[in-house]
Design a binder for this molecule. Structure first.
Ligand SMILES: [Zn+2]
Ligand SMILES: [Zn+2]
Length: 133
């Protein structure tokens, strides 16, 4: 028999991998449907642990806060201002940008994040439909 904590950790990881750029709260809410006994603090702690182990990538996206990403290599994000959906941007990660910031600030740059904001296709279509009514 698998230890209960191990099973909970597995459910949390599976859920985080299944959802698209979820926040810890979104993982928690989805996990509750599989195991109503899991506490919010447990979900948050386990997610932090997976991020520290490198099984998930913790990224900060303004207005979303911390999200947990299954794509582990550094990349940029786009967030819909209307529905809050976060997606990946197919843009090369710009190491040269970090190098330039390092040269100009004298600070050793360890990482950088870049987020774009807009309206996704679904929201745009919905707005156009609503405008016609
Ligand atoms: Zn949207
Ligand atoms: Zn991503």
């Amino acid at each position: 028999m698998i230890h209960r904590n191990t099973r909970q950790k597995q459910i949390i990881l599976e859920t985080a991998l299944r959802l698209d750029h979820p926040t810890a709260t979104e993982v928690y809410e989805a996990v509750l449907q599989k195991d109503p006994g899991i506490g919010r603090a447990t979900v948050f702690r386990v997610l932090k642990g997976y991020a520290a182990e490198g099984k998930l990538r913790s990224v900060y996206v303004p207005d979303s806060g911390e999200i947990f990403d299954k794509t582990l290599s550094p990349h940029y994000h786009v967030r819909c201002r209307s529905c809050g959906r976060v997606g990946d941007v197919p843009l090369q990660y710009m190491d040269e940008l970090a190098a330039r910031v390092e040269a100009e600030t004298g600070m050793e740059i360890l990482s950088h994040e870049l987020s774009f904001f807009g309206i996704c296709r679904d929201c745009k279509a919905r707005e156009q439909t609503e405008a016609k009514q």
